[in-house]
Design a protein around this ligand. Structure first.
Ligand code: CO
Length: 134
């Protein structure tokens, strides 16, 4: 059911330092910082030949990654995102299998203007999983 790895999202306490690390030390192609107020984050996109890494930094008071960074002061992998062909069919199949979908279970428009859902990390090997409509 799941398709391509769309991105790995890494929460970082210092976006400039993380950008330099990926651009200068790792030699990756990185974007300018993109504020996404609706999602409570500023994102730097790291383009790799086969997928993306997203460096996430809190934006505003209600950032969904603030608590994560309190627990992981040096930053860390926040979630991974898999593409699915049909997000509603994927959701229904996962719920039937007993997996928990976060929030009200309805897809929201994600950072790439496509419908996304998040799955409970306790049901997926301790990893927060994002599904994105391909
Ligand atoms: Co994501």
């Amino acid at each position: 059911m799941i398709g391509k790895l769309n991105h790995v999202a890494i929460a970082v306490p210092d976006l400039d330092a993380a950008t330099r690390l990926y651009r200068d030390t790792l030699g990756a192609k990185v974007s300018e910082p993109v504020p996404q107020p609706a999602h409570g984050v500023t994102v730097v996109f790291v383009e790799l030949p086969n997928t993306k890494v997203e460096l996430l930094h809190p934006l505003g008071d209600k950032s969904p990654i603030a608590a994560f960074l309190e627990k992981n002061a040096a930053g860390g992998i926040h979630h991974i995102c898999y593409e699915v062909d049909d997000i509603l069919a994927a959701r229904d199949r996962l719920k039937a299998e007993g997996a928990r979908v976060l929030g009200d279970g309805e897809p929201k428009i994600g950072a790439h203007d496509k419908p996304v859902l998040f799955l409970h990390p306790k049901d997926f090997c301790g990893t927060l999983v994002e599904l994105e409509q391909a």
